[in-house]
Design a protein around this ligand. Structure first.
Ligand code: F6P
Length: 363
């Protein structure tokens, strides 16, 4: 073995993480490199028994499986929230302990697979002198500097499947069904899933909506002979002049969510007064979107990212993130990916396509 490299999966899991791990291990094996996987994200760097060797044997057959064999977390010592909600600096003691672990295990480079928060941490570790390569992961698809992150296609497939199912029951009962989907402050999952699943209205964080316009859209459908309506609402969607919806989580933290029920309530007030004319139901898709096996695309993207990460180590190009652009897997500085979130442009072609076929954005 002439080199040892480390790898970890960090932040919320998504389908395709295991494909990246397998891609890293297969490529490293060809170079006769040893791969150490850290458990539970960056936290594994701080625990004496927080790692395991990844081999061709123990990564065989994992590409097809969702989740991550290494475990992950979006909590812990490497997450720092700044005053404005942004990322603060890592504790110098945490950085020192990370360096100690890497030195003890003779790890010369670390592949970090994560979303914007995890990659911000990677950037800080790189600035502290650690040889880091970032791999973009998120179902939200909200990372700058890559056209796509793996996990997104699987999440969209889940939304599409859910809409297919909701259509049949909505039609049978002539109901309005609202489906709340993930995506944080970006509407990619809602937009792609809504278009592919034949939604009648899509509410995005990027296009503030009005309940009156949405009610108009439901009434218009009814008048033109469509007694059922499917509305996709992104968890980060908000009213014109309004705010995002949060609900208190068990931990006492506030998490995005709850907008679906509010939309149902407000539509009910507008459509069902003075008498009930339309039953309205809500479905929150939640973590189903993050679970399950990766799609074909996410298996290919994840594997390609894993291979590219090892190539970058071989070339000594650190502080770089693997990136998908124009059907090619390239590399960009990690810093360029975490500067700001990638959100849906309201004048983009896909929004125009939706409007062209009569999908309402409630605006
Ligand atoms: O960032 C991915 C994501 O699934 C978001 O779409 C969602 O808001 C969030 O993570 C949920 O995180 P958790 O699993 O910690 O509740």
């Amino acid at each position: 073995m002439n080199k040892t490299i480390g790898v970890l999966t960090s932040g919320g899991d998504c389908p395709g993480l295991n494909a990246v791990l397998r891609g890293v291990v297969c490529t490293a094996a060809k170079l006769d490199w040893k791969v150490i996987g850290f458990r539970d994200g960056y936290e594994g760097l701080l625990a004496d028994d927080g790692h395991m060797e990844l081999t061709l044997q123990n990564t065989e057959g994992i590409m097809q499986r969702g989740g991550t064999i290494l475990g992950t977390t979006n909590r812990g010592h490497f997450v720092r929230k700044g005053g404005s909600g942004g990322r603060g600096r890592l504790d110098p003691v945490v950085i020192a302990r990370t360096k100690e672990t890497l030195a003890r295990l003779r790890i010369s480079a670390l592949v970090t697979i994560g979303g914007d928060g995890s990659l911000s941490t990677s950037q800080q570790l790189f600035e502290a002198g650690i040889n880091v390569i970032g791999v973009p992961k998120t179902i939200d698809n909200d990372l700058e500097a890559t056209e796509s992150s793996f996990g997104f296609d699987s999440a969209v497939a889940c939304v599409t499947d859910a809409l297919d199912r909701l259509h049949t029951t909505a039609r049978a009962h002539k109901r309005v069904i609202i489906i709340e989907v993930m995506g944080r402050h970006a509407g990619w999952i809602a937009l792609h899933g809504g278009l592919a699943g034949g939604a009648d209205a899509i509410l995005l964080p990027e296009i503030p909506f009005s309940y009156d316009r949405l009610a108009d859209a439901v009434r218009a459908r009814e008048k033109s002979g469509h007694p059922s309506t499917i509305i996709v609402v992104a968890e980060g969607a908000r009213l014109a002049g309004g705010r995002e919806h949060y609900h208190a989580a068990q931990s006492g933290e506030y998490r995005l969510g709850g907008i679906g029920e509010t939309v149902a309530h407000e539509l009910d007030r507008r459509i069902n007064r003075p008498r009930l004319t339309k039953e309205i139901r809500t479905c929150v898709l939640g973590h189903l979107q993050r679970g399950g096996d990766p799609t074909t695309l996410d298996r290919i993207l994840g594997t390609s990212f894993g291979v590219k990460a090892v190539d970058l180590i071989a070339e000594g190009k650190f502080g770089q993130m693997v990136s998908y652009q124009h059907s090619q897997v390239l590399n960009v500085p990690i810093a360029s990916a975490v500067r700001r979130q990638k959100i849906v442009q309201t004048d983009c072609q896909m929004v125009a396509t939706c409007r062209a076929i009569g999908i309402s954005f409630g605006d």
